[in-house]
Design a protein around this ligand. Sequence first.
Ligand code: ADP
Ligand code: MG
Length: 362
Amino acid sequence: MANVKLEGISKSYSVVEVLKDIDLDIADGEFCVFVGPSGCGKSTLLRMIAGLEDITSGTLSIGGRKVNDLSPKERGIAMVFQSYALYPHRTVRGNMEFGLKLSRLPRAEIDKRVARAAKMLQIEHLLDRRPSQLSGGQRQRAAIGRAVVRDPSVFLFDEPLSNLDAALRVSTRREIADLHRELGATMIYVTHDQVEAMTLADRIVVLNDGVIQQVGSPMALYETPANLFVAQFIGSARMNIFDATVTALSDQTAVLAVAELGEVSIPVRGRTLAKGDAVKFGIRPEHLSPASDGPHNAQVRAVEHLGDQVLVEAALADGTALLLKAPPSAQLGHGEAMRFALDAQAVHLFDADGRAIAPVAP
Ligand code: ADP
Ligand code: MG
C-alpha cells in the first residue's frame, strides 16, 4: 500500500511542454481518476508515474520514497493498458505467471496468486486459453489479472474499457470498483469519459492542456466546478452557458440580464459581484424544467426519450441552443413553443476568465 505524491511535475518533448507544474497527493488506498479530453496529457502523466517516461522536472514519490530515477519494476506498480498487451502465444495462465516467474517467486506462491486472482476476476475457466480465444472483455480481465498477481501497491489503468462495447464497459467498470474494494490498493485510472470518472472515483483530477483544472470528489466537481471548463466537462448533457450582465444588486439578490432568457434573480452571498459586471451564466439541463406558467420561452428543436426522462434541445428567440431535462410525461413536440422555469439556487456564475464566482447562496 502506498500514497503517490507529485510535486511540480512537468514534462516536455523538446520545446513542447505537455504537462505543467502538476501538484497532487494521492492517498494510500484512494481511487483517483485523471479525466480530460484526448491529448491533454493523461497518459503521459500516468506513464511518468509508471516509470515509462522520463520526468522533465519535479519530484515523484511513492510510499514516501522518491522514485524519479527508479525503473518501473522497482516502483511497486502494475499497469493495465487499453490495448491489453497480452502475449499472444501464451495462455491466460502463462500471461499471469510470466512476471512472477521472472522475479523467481516459488511455484506454490505463483499458483496461489494466480488461483486467487482468477477467482476474483471470474476467469478460472479461461486459464488455459490464448488471448485469440477470448472476447474483448475476457482479455481485459486477463490483463487485469496479470496486474493483480503482482500484488502491487499502486495500480495504474490507462483507458482500460475503451475497446469494450457499452454493456461490457458498464459491467467491467463494476468489476474494477469491486476489485478496488476487495484489495484496498491505491488505484490511478485514466479516462476521457466523465461518466466513468464520476462512477469510479473517490477523487477526480480534471486535466486540460497539461494543466490541472480542479481536483475533488465527483459531487464537488458537479456542484462547485472551479471554472467553465470543468463546468462543461463534468455532467452528462452539458451545462448551458449564456452571456449575462449584472443589472441590480442587493445584499441577498442579484438581478442578471441573461442573453435571450431575460431577467433572472438569483440569491447571492458576499460582495463578489458589481453592477454592470459581464459574466457567464451557467445552468445545468436538470435545473431547467418545462412549466406552462414558466417565465421563459423557447422552441423545441429535438426530443430524445431516454425512458426515465426526456432530453430536450430547444432554441431561444435568437436561436441560441438550450438543453433541458423533462419528466417522461412532458408533452413536447418538435417545433412547438414551450415555456420553462429555472432553479435560481442552481445557477453558476463565471468571470471573464472563466473562473467560478461564488455568489450563489448554498
Ligand atoms: P491523452 O492521454 O490525454 O490523450 P497524451 O498524454 O497521450 O494525451 O499526450 C499529451 C500530449 O503530448 C499530446 O499533445 C501528444 O501529442 C504529446 N505527446 C505524447 N507523446 C509524445 C512524444 N513521444 N513526443 C512528442 N509529443 C508527444
Ligand atoms: Mg491517452
